[in-house]
Design a protein around this ligand. Structure first.
Ligand code: NOJ
Length: 737
């Protein structure tokens, strides 16, 4: 019988990547056979990096001789491939999140995965949902999808499915509580169990559910223990509770001990040493061989590491003709193949559909063949030294289309707003006056000579190993950089028609700009990637109606968030569950632009809310499947609403579902995102937005019971166009069991 099961499993695996537990079973079966052939040194080699710059990729393992298995190539990152060219520079995660479009999230992941596979990369180090973004000034928030765990979770799941369907192993990072850059390698994130589950772990449930091959443990300590040697978060949370079957890889140099990390559940160490070259301090490699032989680490633990690593490789079908690595990170990254295909058009679509229109007075947008247009700000044009002038995009010169750090890729080209607008202007007969410095005086002069002025402003952030204009990764404030407020003020004093375009890693405070009456429009374009200008023109000129929605709140003042990075070595996560809109809602603070907000060139009406939900109150149990207890993912029904395009032009609307839990649940945020559906509608056309709900969506984490619980009582249903523009209310009840 067992042989029959093994044969079935093996034949399933021979077909390539098989989703779900069946895929893992088959992959494990193959891995266990391969494991038998390896000697101890080879086993340890599969789990140990060859040290920094020891191979072509940012992470490489030792290749064994006894089985046909390569030196694994692990390469950044979440928006495209780092240290290689040509590759596609995709829109950042935060823009992908702002589309609220599952198909685009998947397509972006799949395209990135194809590029990775084409270059011979086995493991692409993304996507990210840590940081989640609880600190609005956190340096790496833009690498992830949203500060809301539900939206971030969908981003993780779709991206991972896309990447892995293309054949590359995805790596969900950073696990866990890595919310800031300052002191990231020394500080402790001290997080309550409930917030851990309901906020920070939630998107990783989706990642594990999508069968993510690997998870990267983070630099910080979590509740005083290093994330990469915490039994509580690696063995217990990730592997036992979420049923993660792949392997845990350390962030680069985030391992602090050999034995403890092995016992806690770390499966692979990167880069295998500290950053000293050729070989720095090494915790595993021959030291792990010794630790096993003297009994400090059980043989079964080493075998488990290797089985997990091999199984992930088999799961993705990487044993079948996977390409060789075709570039080296350390010599300019020139690849011997071109993997970029037609991905530029996908970049343009994602960037276009991520643009959030924040303000549009007097229908100043879309532009209709303006006579004289002033284009103002250094962000309008590409850096005169080229878009890749600064290593890992570590400067904010010229138009901003990604943040900085390891989560960046080299631009193959960068279409800036100025050149894209110029080519549109040519066909419209529009005269362009440009002022591509950040001089307020020059900007005002240009504006005075035009009938409409477009001012470009930025705010940048990134990883803490680079400091840009005094910002050590995290942002020093939420104001526009380069004198942006003053430039806008000067322009607004000279022009009646001002449009402000924002390229930014996250929220900025817009009050000064909004106080200028002639600022008629604000367009949030985020970090759009290589097709920045083209995507912007699509929206500015109305060939496409804007359809992005804010993946975070824009406050009236920084202090309103109640959170920011700390200079202390302990962050006690005092926000608890009240992060972003949960905090604004709970404390009655009016945001400037709320979570989920975004205007369109058309209008939408909501009607016919239908609630069809039935569930049993109490805990979700059952065997652990990838993602958590099986019952968590059982359907409890659907909620739907009819959305009609009541305007004059086609447009897409993101209908959003928020749920308020009954009073029987211990203090919970007033409402939480639990569904969304994006519909593209012609004028007068209607479509049904449908929200599928699972038990998890109605649950809170009960700290005493250590389970997800559906509370009994009355649930409130809010469906609308943003977290505050609620168009339909309803309720349903769940009886106590
Ligand atoms: C450190 C970063 O935190 C991580 O995201 C990245 O994948 C590694 N460096 C490798 O570059």
């Amino acid at each position: 019988m067992q042989n029959l099961l093994l044969a079935l499993a093996l034949s399933a695996a021979a077909e390539g990547y098989v989703a779900g537990s069946a895929g893992w079973d088959a992959a494990y079966a193959k891995a266990q056979i391969a494991l038998q052939k390896l000697n101890q040194t080879e086993k340890v080699g599969l789990a140990t990096g060859v040290t920094w710059e020891g191979g072509p990729c940012v992470g490489n393992t030792y290749a064994p001789e006894s089985i046909d298995y390569p030196s694994l190539c692990l390469q950044d990152g979440p928006l495209g491939i780092r240290f290689a060219n040509p590759v596609t520079a995709f829109p950042a995660g935060i823009n992908a999140g702002a589309t609220w479009d599952r198909d685009l999230l998947y397509a972006r992941g799949a395209a990135m995965g194809r590029e990775s596979k084409g270059l011979g990369i086995h493991v692409q180090l993304g996507p990210a949902s840590g940081p989640l973004g609880k600190n609005p000034d956190g340096g790496r928030n833009w690498e992830g999808f949203s500060v809301d765990p539900y939206l971030s979770g969908v981003g993780m799941e779709e991206t991972i499915q896309g990447m892995q369907d293309s054949g590359v192993q995805a790596c969900a990072k950073h696990w866990l509580g890595n919310e800031q850059e300052h002191h990231r390698e020394t500080m402790s994130s001290n997080v309550g169990d409930r917030a851990t589950h309901e906020l920070y772990l939630w998107p990783f449930m989706n990642a594990v559910k999508a069968n993510v091959a690997s998870v990267m443990c983070s630099y910080n300590k979590f509740n005083q223990t290093w994330a990469c040697e915490s039994d509580a978060i690696l063995n217990k949370l990730l592997k036992d509770e979420l049923g993660f079957k792949g392997y845990v890889v350390s962030d680069w140099n985030a391992q602090h001990t050999g034995v403890n990390s092995a016992l806690a559940g770390l499966d692979m160490t990167m880069p295998g040493s500290d950053f000293n070259t050729p070989r720095g301090n090494i915790f595993w490699d021959s030291n792990l061989v010794q630790a096993v032989s003297n009994g400090s680490v059980p043989q079964s633990r080493l075998d488990d590491m290797v089985t997990r690593i091999l199984a992930s490789w088999y799961l993705l079908g990487q044993d079948q003709g996977y390409p060789e690595v075709t570039f080296s990170s350390w010599d300019g990254g020139k690849a011997t193949v071109d993997v970029t295909a037609d991905h530029g058009s996908l970049v343009r679509t994602v960037a276009r559909d991520s643009i959030v229109l924040l303000k549009n007075e007097d229908d100043i947008l879309p532009l209709q063949e303006p006579q004289i247009l002033a284009i103002i700000g250094s962000d309008a044009a590409v850096n005169p030294d080229g878009p890749n002038a600064c290593t890992d995009r570590g400067c904010n010169n010229g138009t901003l289309a990604m943040g900085w750090g390891s989560g960046t890729a080299e631009y193959p080209y960068l279409i800036d707003p100025l050149s894209a607008i110029k080519s549109q202007a040519e066909s419209d007969g529009t005269q362009i006056i440009q002022s591509t410095t950040d001089s307020a005086t020059a900007g005002a002069e240009a504006a005075a000579a035009a009938d409409t002025a477009v001012v470009f402003i930025t705010s940048d952030a990134g990883e803490g190993y680079i400091t840009v204009e005094g910002n050590a990764g995290d942002r020093n404030n939420l104001d526009p950089w380069h004198n942006g407020n003053e430039v806008v003020k000067a322009v607004a004093a000279k022009s009646d028609n001002v449009i402000v375009v924002v390229h930014s890693v996250g929220p900025i405070i817009l009050e000064t700009i909004l106080a200028q009456p002639s600022v008629k429009a604000i367009v949030w374009a985020g970090l759009p990637g290589q097709e920045s200008g083209n995507a912007l023109v699509d929206v500015l000129y109305g060939s496409t109606s804007p359809s992005g929605k804010l993946p975070y709140t824009i406050a009236k003042q920084f202090a309103d968030y109640g959170a920011s990075w700390t200079a202390a070595l302990d962050d006690n996560f005092a926000e608890d569950l009240l992060v972003d809109y949960r905090h604004f809602d709970q404390n009655g603070i009016s945001p400037r632009y709320e979570f989920g907000f975004g205007l369109s060139y058309t209008s939408f009406e909501y009607s016919r809310l239908a609630i069809n939900v039935a569930a049993t109150a109490g805990p979700s149990n059952g065997p652990v499947v990838p993602g958590g207890a099986e019952q968590l993912f059982e359907s409890v029904g659907t909620i739907s609403v009819l959305v009609q395009n009541t305007g004059e032009v086609p447009g897409a609307e993101v209908a959003q579902l928020y749920i308020g839990l009954p009073d029987s649940a211990p203090s919970t945020p007033p409402k939480q995102l639990r569904g969304f559906d994006k519909l593209l509608l012609e004028p007068e056309q209607s479509g049904m937005a449908t929200f599928e709900l699972t038990r998890r969506d109605l649950s809170y984490w009960d700290v005493q019971e250590q389970k997800w619980i559906i509370p009994a009582g009355k649930f409130t249903v809010y469906v609308g166009s943003s977290s505050r523009d609620i168009r339909q209310h309803g309720e349903f009840s769940i009886a106590s069991s």
